[in-house]
Design a protein around this ligand. Sequence first.
Ligand SMILES: *Cc1c(COP(=O)(O)O)cnc(C)c1O
Length: 225
Amino acid sequence: MSIAENIDQIKSILPEQVKLVAVSKTKAKELILEAYRHGQRAFGENKVQEMSLKYEGLPKDIEWHFIGHLQSNKIKYIAPFVHLIHGVDSFKLLKAIDMEARKAGRVIPVLFQFHIAEEETKFGLSIDEATDLLNSEEFKLLKNIQVRGVMGMATYTEDEHQIRKEFACLKSWFDLLKRSYFAEKPEFKEISMGMSGDYPIALEEGSTMVRIGSNIFGERNYLKN
Ligand SMILES: *Cc1c(COP(=O)(O)O)cnc(C)c1O
């Protein structure tokens, strides 16, 4: 199937209010353009240099979503144009984003990434870390970031029950934060969860944004890239 057909197929099961972020990491600009010509505007990348190069060489109305682990010293390269940073997993990183956003004269939208998977290697905050952060005086001083919601990755497993439990956990933390800290903030509304292998479950558990790569562009070949 073509990229356009893949997008259509995914969109046919996405509720209208759910956003599709096409994860284009490792994929060539020509493939991104193919999706673009079919109307896709939101693309996800997980490497700063790769995203910057693609930004330079592609239409400027593309929304670039940074979905990887971001290092503080590299924020400056994407601060002028990034649409949403999904993976904020420490206060230190949040403060660094705020500083670079100020230098770029912007307010940068971010999501708090939570650790919901069993695997040790997945990055993310715990709910205690998030509430400590939100309760701190220092947080209130950050004027150049806007928290739009939460993001999480489920365990890579065939066990559907496990995946569902982890997504439900992320949804419950979103609800808790919404109630306790963001009740008056309509922009705090995003739950970024669901990838090629698990997005139907994520949708059932309340996802508002799915990040899908291989189901659109085909398998990634890391050896070649
Ligand atoms: C690569 C990646 C995706 C997309 O993965 P697929 O399985 O190809 O859909 C989604 N989210 C994050 C954070 C990723 O790194």
